[in-house]
Design a protein around this ligand. Structure first.
Ligand code: ZN
Length: 548
């Protein structure tokens, strides 16, 4: 079923400064049904009366006209707040489900079919995704000028929070990670989702390129996240900038980030990837200008459209390749390189740019640290019946147990086999040839034990999850990629994060972190204790849009 509704494309005040209309009609296609709310099989908007707390009837779905009964003005009408958040979330999901991104329907990181969306959750300058409540919550607040600002009207914020929910379905272990870079990856991916969604808007692309003379290199509507939100809070600029020199290199003290603060840390990752995007855009602009015998400015729009799609494939497809458990920026870098290398062995330029940026910003020790294996054959994989491996937990466990060395499972360790994925992604090969590559993605995890920092109430040791990802080509049975988390290097950073969370009073022993009815206290992170061992749960709940 196909419907059309108006949604925001850019923050309201920013749009008026740039001379753009803030809303555009958008087409939503692919849901089995639409109901009043809006409600579909996968999403449900819940709108509560701020005074009585009662759930509203929601916005009526007009089946005859295939639309919701909503006007684009005024923007803060309850109907528009609901349908705008709904439409933006759905559009963001569609981007991930496209054949050349993940090429499969998304799964949520929680049990249950519907992600709940609360477009006006109350007064607070914040917005977040929460797995336990299965929902995205968007709050509103008074700006310094006394205007009410709805976070659910910000395209950046809604797509950012949707990014968290989507990533939680792809890499659920990140939700409990205690490696600061794992949490920063959650934050960074959410910001990059907002960026890619902005790149995909025709009006925004044209407006920005007209204003910058065809460049995305400097600070523009693309390179900043949640401009209006930042300014309304009295910050000089947007919440975060992609155009930055932030680094993990301790010698560069001007740009060195706080390694235990995920919102700060994530800008190293997004800064690195944005600068790769600028290089992709510049190269395509020169190529298209030559090919089409035109100026680079005239070619800049097509170059941005094509470049953004390439960037999207590069950074999001790799998420399926993340090993389970704790993840570092270097792990993600290797996942990008492995997924790109397996499909485009000859086109090395993008991977070189990525390696340079990761090393320059201290995200990887050296270029070697980002090397990944070429696709290879393995006798145990060659004889697999992949359909059985996908369908049967027993067969999957048996395969892993017999091939511990292949999967790098330490001897005598208990391990867990994760649900297998059967995915088909579209790849654009040389000469514009389109090919669908079907893979079985096999993930296995185990628990590593490491010491806790002394001088706190923490028990002597802690347990963390680590693991291996194997991507098997369905047709050739070759291993396209094998990646194991490089978790040992991040131990000091984990110490720093746990100490920080303890100082702030948010990391609590399990008995103190839940309300009497069993629901987790807002903002509390749970430390489960067993003897001299500790396991931490729910760290991603600190990743609110406004930071901690
Ligand atoms: Zn976030």
């Amino acid at each position: 079923m196909k419907i059309r509704i108006p949604i925001m494309v850019q923050d309201q005040t920013i749009a008026s400064q740039k001379g753009m209309r803030p809303t555009e009609e958008c087409t939503l296609e692919g849901e089995r049904f639409f109901l009043d709310g809006p409600v579909t099989e996968r999403l449900a908007v819940l709108d509560f009366d701020p005074k009585t707390g009662e759930l509203s009837q929601g916005t009526h779905f007009n089946a005859a006209e295939a639309t919701y009964e909503v006007e684009a003005e005024p923007l803060d009408s309850p109907d528009f707040l609901r349908t705008n958040a709904f439409g933006t979330v759905l559009k963001t999901m569609y981007m991930f489900e496209e054949g050349d991104t993940l090429g499969r329907p998304l799964d949520w990181g929680f049990d249950g079919p519907q992600l709940l969306i609360v477009p006006a959750a109350g007064e607070w300058a914040n917005a977040f995704y929460e797995r336990e409540a299965r929902c995205l919550q968007f709050f509103y607040f008074q700006s310094q000028e006394g205007q009410r600002v709805y976070t659910s009207l910000s395209h950046d914020i809604v797509s950012h929070e949707t990014g968290h929910a989507i990533l939680d379905g792809i890499a659920p272990d990140l939700y409990h990670a205690i490696t600061p870079q794992s949490l920063a990856l959650h934050e960074g991916i959410a910001d990059l989702v907002a960026l890619v969604m902005a790149f995909r808007n025709d009006t925004l692309r044209k407006t920005v390129l007209d204003q910058t003379g065809g460049s995305i290199e400097n600070i523009t509507a693309f390179s900043s996240v949640a401009e209006e939100f930042g300014r309304a809070q009295g910050k000089p600029d947007a919440l975060r900038q992609f155009v930055n020199e932030k680094t993990l290199d301790p010698n560069d003290t001007d740009n060195l980030v706080d390694v235990a603060e995920p919102h700060d840390l994530c800008q190293v990752l997004t800064g690195a990837l944005y600068s790769v995007m600028v290089k992709i855009h510049d190269t395509l602009k020169r190529r298209f200008a030559q090919q089409d015998k035109t100026t680079e400015f005239s070619a800049s729009g097509k170059a941005l459209f094509v470049g953004a799609e390439r960037f999207k494939r590069m950074i999001f497809r790799a998420l399926d390749y993340l090993p389970p458990g704790e993840i570092s920026f270097a792990d993600y870098g290797r996942a990008i390189i492995a997924s790109d290398q397996a499909s485009h062995p000859q086109a090395t330029q993008g991977r070189e740019w990525l390696r340079e940026e990761f090393v320059r910003r201290g995200m990887a020790r050296n270029l070697m640290a980002l090397e990944v294996e070429e696709p290879f054959e393995h006798p145990a994989v060659a004889e697999l019946d992949l359909q059985t491996l996908v369908d049967s937990d027993w067969a999957a466990y048996d395969f892993a147990n017999r091939n511990r060395r292949l999967l790098r499972i330490p001897p005598h360790f208990a391990f867990r086999v994760r649900p297998r994925l059967d995915t088909s992604k579209t790849y654009y090969l040389r000469g514009g040839v389109k090919k669908s590559i079907r893979e079985c993605i096999f993930k296995v995890s185990w628990d590593a034990i490491e010491p806790n920092p002394p001088g706190s109430w923490f028990p002597a040791k802690r347990q963390i999850t680590v693991g291996t990802m194997l991507a098997i080509d369905w047709e050739t049975k070759k291993v396209r990629a094998r990646l194991t988390s490089g978790w040992e290097e991040q131990r000091d950073d984990r110490d720093a994060l746990l100490k920080r969370l303890d100082e702030k009073g948010v990391l609590l022993p399990a008995a103190l972190s839940t309300a009497p009815d069993g629901t987790p206290l807002r903002g509390a992170i749970k430390a489960e204790l067993a003897g001299d061992l500790m396991r931490v749960r729910g760290t991603a709940r600190t990743l609110h849009i406004a930071g901690t």
